[in-house]
Design a protein around this ligand. Structure first.
Ligand code: ADP
Ligand code: MG
Length: 681
C-alpha cells in the first residue's frame, strides 16, 4: 500500500533508471509525485466514432483490434507495428514506429482506447503513433485532457501518469497549505481538489480552477514574505541622519548641471527617510541614464558628512570602479574618505592602500563611502558605523543579510536599491512589495532622443559608412553580439567573429573585445582603453555587463536584435545618448518574420522603458522581462494573466500578519516562508 510518505525506492514496480530520473526531478516520495503538476495537456477529450474522424483533428476512439503484426521497413532499419481496428461505424489502419513489442502485448479481439491525430496516407485516414490503453472507465492516457509533465530521461510519460493515477486516492490526506477562510474568501479549491483537477481534469474549467489556486498560493506566499519583511524592518532601529540643508544645497550648486525635477523629488524622499530612526527600505527606479547614481551619492554624502559609513555595492567590478571615479570626481575635497575595495587592490582617495589596512580603518569606524561589488559585505569587512547601504542593480536584499550588518547598538543601516529594470507598474507589487519606491521618469535636460533604426541587410554598408563618419567626428561605437549557437555559451565565438569582421572594414581603428569569460582586471583594462578613446569600437557579448558610462559613445549596434527582449534592447540602447551628442541605435536582424519586424519596429518608435516592458510582458510573457529573474522571484505558476490576484493576495497576507505575525497558528505557512529568504546573490 502506498502512503504519502512512501519513498519512491519502495514503489515496487519502479526500476533503478526510473527512480534516478524521478530523483533528478527532486521527487523523493509519493507526495512529491502528486505535487509535480503537468505544465500542459493534450486535448484528446473528444471520443469519436471512426466514421466521424477528421484529418488533423485530435481525437480518441474506443475500438476493437482486428489484426496486429510487426515488421521492418525502410530496408530493415525501422521496426513498425501495424494494426487494423474497428468500431460499429468502420475501421482504420494504425501504424506505430519503433514499438515492435506492441504486436505482442496487444492481441486481436481486445478493446482499447487510442488517442491521436488522423492523417491521410495513400488517400485513406490513418493514425500514426497513437497513444493506446486498455479500455476502462477511468482512462488516463487517452479520451481526456491528457497531462504532460516535465520529466527526465529514464521515465516515460505513461509510466509517470500511471504512478500519479495510482497515488491519486491519497490526495485527501494532503495537508492543506492555505487557511480555510482564504480559500472561502477567494473562492479557490482546496489542495486535494487542486491536485485532482491538475492531473486528471474533466475539462478546461477544472484546469483553470487549479491553475488559479496555484498562482494565488504563489503570489500569496510572495506577499506574505514581502509584508512580513516590511513590518520587521519597520520595527528595527536605524540611524537618524540629520538633513543638512546647507551641505546639500552647496553640493547641488557645485554640480556642472541642474538636477531634474524627479531627481530632486527622489533626493528629497530619500533624505527624509534618512532622518527617521527606522530603516529606510527604498527602491530608486529610473531608466538608464536618468541620473540615479547622483541621487544616491547625495544620500551617501549626507551620511558620510555626518560621520557615518556608506557601502555602495555594484554588480560588477567595472561598475564599482566607475562609481568610484564618479564619487571621487564629485566629492573631491570632502572631509570623509572615498574608497574602492576591488578584488585586486584597494584605493582610498586615489591612493592605493593595503586591503588589510583599509579593512582595519573601516572596522575602526573611519567615516566614508566605500565602494565594491556585492561581495564587499561578505568579505569579513566589519563596518563599525555603517548607516547606509546602496545597492546598484540588485533588487533583493534579504532580512538576514541586513541583520548581518547590524552593528552599532543593534541598529540596522538604511537601504537604497537602484534599478534600471523597468518592471511594468502592474507587476511592481509582485516584485517590490516590501519596498517604498521613488521614480525618475525624465531624462536630464538636453538629452536628445536616441535615433533608433532597424537596418535592412542591404543597408549594412551605409550603416558602416555612418559608423566610420561618427568615429571621424571623434565618437565611439558599441557593438553587442547575441548568443547564436547552443555550444557558444558565453557568446565569445560570435563576438570574436564580429571583431574580426569589423577590423577588416576599419583596418585603421582599434577594435576592442569585452566578454564574460575575461578576468576582472582585463575587463577593467579594456574599459579604461575605451573610456580614454584609445579603442574606438567595442564589441561586447550580451552576457557582459555593459552598464557603463562612456559619454563619448554615440552609436549602439545590436546584432541579432530579434534574440533580445525589448526591455533588454532598451538597456543596451541606454549605453549611448549619455552626453550632448546626438546618438544612434542600429538594430540588425536576419529574421524576416513579419511579427519580429513589427516588434523591432515598435522598439524604434519608443524610448520609454516602462512602455517597452509592458509590451514585452504582453507579447512574450515574464521570461523576457530583462532583470525579472534577478528579482529573486522565479514564479512557477503566477504569470501576467493573474495580475488581478496580487491585490487580494496582499490583503490576505496583511490580514493574517495583523492577527498572528509569527504565524504560530499557521505552521505550514511558517515552514513555507522559512526557506524562502529573499535572495541576495
Ligand atoms: P543611471 O545610473 O540612472 O543610469 P547615471 O547616474 O549613470 O545614470 O547618469 C548618467 C549620466 O548623466 C552621468 O554621466 C551623470 O553625470 C549625468 N547626469 C546625472 N544627472 C544629470 C542632470 N541632472 N543633468 C545632466 N546630466 C546628468
Ligand atoms: Mg547606473
Amino acid at each position: 500500500m502506498l502512503s504519502l510518505n512512501t519513498p519512491i525506492e519502495s514503489i515496487s514496480k519502479l526500476q533503478k533508471p526510473q527512480i534516478a530520473a524521478l530523483k533528478k526531478l527532486g521527487l523523493l516520495n509519493v507526495q512529491d509525485l502528486l505535487l509535480h503538476f503537468p505544465y500542459r495537456y493534450l486535448d484528446f477529450s473528444q471520443v469519436k466514432q471512426i466514421k466521424d474522424l477528421k484529418p488533423d483533428e485530435p481525437a480518441s476512439i474506443k475500438v476493437t483490434i482486428k489484426s496486429i503484426s510487426s515488421r521492418f521497413s525502410f530496408r530493415g532499419r525501422m521496426s513498425l507495428a501495424e494494426a487494423v481496428v474497428s468500431d460499429d461505424t468502420g475501421s482504420i489502419k494504425i501504424i506505430w514506429f519503433n514499438q515492435p513489442y506492441l504486436a505482442k502485448s496487444l492481441s486481436p479481439g481486445e478493446e482499447i482506447f487510442l488517442a491521436g491525430t488522423p492523417e491521410y496516407y495513400n488517400f485513406k485516414l490513418q493514425l500514426t503513433n497513437p497513444i493506446y490503453e486498455k479500455a476502462s472507465d477511468f482512462p488516463i492516457h487517452t479520451s481526456r485532457l491528457v497531462p504532460i509533465y516535465h520529466l527526465k530521461d529514464g521515465i516515460y510519460p505513461k509510466t509517470f501518469r500511471n504512478l500519479v493515477a495510482e497515488a491519486l486516492p491519497l490526495v485527501d490526506e494532503l495537508a492543506e497549505t492555505l487557511p480555510k477562510d482564504i480559500l472561502e474568501n477567494q473562492k479557490l479549491p482546496n489542495l486535494s481538489d487542486t491536485v485532482r483537477y491538475s492531473h486528471f481534469p474533466n475539462g478546461q474549467i477544472q484546469v483553470e480552477t487549479a491553475r488559479k489556486r496555484l498562482a494565488f498560493e504563489e503570489i500569496f506566499i510572495n506577499q506574505l514574505l514581502a509584508q512580513k519583511h516590511k513590518i520587521e524592518i519597520a520595527k528595527r532601529k536605524s540611524f537618524a541622519i540629520k538633513f543638512d540643508d546647507n551641505l546639500i544645497k552647496t553640493f547641488i550648486a557645485s554640480l556642472p548641471f541642474v538636477l531634474t525635477a524627479e531627481q530632486k523629488k527622489s533626493t528629497w524622499q530619500i533624505l527624509q527617510d534618512l532622518e527617521k530612526s527606522t530603516p529606510m527600505n527604498r527602491l530608486l527606479e529610473g531608466d538608464v541614464g536618468s541620473g540615479k547614481t547622483l541621487v544616491a551619492l547625495i544620500a551617501a554624502l549626507q551620511c558620510a558628512a555626518d560621520g557615518y559609513q556608506v557601502a555602495l555595492l555594484a554588480p560588477t567590478e567595472i561598475l564599482a570602479h566607475q562609481h568610484f571615479e564618479t564619487a571621487r570626481k564629485y566629492l573631491f575635497g570632502s572631509k570623509f574618505k572615498v574608497g574602492l575595495l576591488s578584488n585586486n587592490y584597494s584605493v582610498v582617495d586615489g591612493e592605493e592602500i593595503k586591503k588589510t589596512t583599509l579593512s582595519k580603518l573601516i572596522a575602526e569606524g573611519m567615516p566614508g563611502i566605500y565602494i565594491g561589488t556585492h561581495a564587499l559585505l561578505q568579505k569579513n569587512i566589519k563596518f563599525k558605523k555603517l548607516a547606509l547601504v546602496i545597492i546598484d542593480e540588485q533588487h533583493r536584499f534579504g532580512v538576514e543579510q541586513r541583520s548581518n550588518l547590524m552593528n552599532l547598538k543593534g541598529k540596522v543601516p538604511h537601504l537604497l536599491s537602484l534599478s534600471a529594470t523597468p518592471i511594468p507598474r502592474t507587476l511592481q507589487l509582485a516584485y517590490y512589495g516590501e519596498l517604498d519606491i521613488s521614480q525618475i521618469k525624465e531624462k536630464p535636460l538636453g538629452r536628445k532622443p536616441i535615433t533608433t533604426k532597424l537596418v535592412e541587410n542591404q543597408n549594412r554598408p551605409k550603416a558602416y559608412k555612418f559608423i566610420g563618419d561618427q568615429v571621424k567626428l571623434g565618437r565611439q561605437i558599441f557593438v553587442v553580439t547575441p548568443l547564436i549557437e547552443e555550444s557558444d555559451k558565453t557568446g565569445l565565438k560570435s563576438a570574436k567573429k564580429e571583431q574580426e569582421n569589423l577590423q577588416k572594414l576599419f583596418p585603421e581603428l582599434k577594435i576592442g573585445l569585452l566578454h564574460g569569460k575575461m578576468k576582472g582586471a582585463d575587463k577593467e583594462a579594456i574599459m579604461a582603453e575605451f573610456l580614454a578613446n584609445r579603442v574606438q569600437i567595442l564589441v561586447a557579448t550580451s552576457v557582459v555587463e555593459v552598464g557603463v558610462d562612456v559619454p563619448n559613445a554615440s552609436v549602439m549596434v545590436i546584432e541579432g536584435a530579434e534574440r533580445f527582449g525589448l526591455a533588454q534592447l532598451h538597456q543596451f540602447r541606454g549605453r549611448v545618448g549619455r552626453a550632448e551628442h546626438q546618438s544612434f541605435c542600429f538594430l540588425f536582424s536576419d529574421n524576416q518574420n513579419p511579427e519580429t519586424t513589427a516588434r523591432l519596429q515598435a522598439f524604434t518608435k519608443t524610448g520609454d522603458g516602462f512602455a517597452l516592458a509592458e509590451l514585452d510582458l504582453k507579447q512574450r510573457g515574464f521570461g523576457e522581462l530583462y532583470g525579472a529573474s534577478q528579482s529573486g522571484w522565479n514564479f512557477k505558476y503566477f504569470n501576467p494573466s493573474y495580475i488581478a490576484l496580487i491585490q487580494p493576495a496582499r490583503q490576505e497576507a496583511i490580514k493574517i500578519l495583523q492577527i498572528d505575525f509569527n504565524l504560530n497558528n499557521y505552521p505550514i505557512l511558517k515552514e513555507k516562508i522559512k526557506d524562502k529568504v529573499i535572495h541576495f546573490e
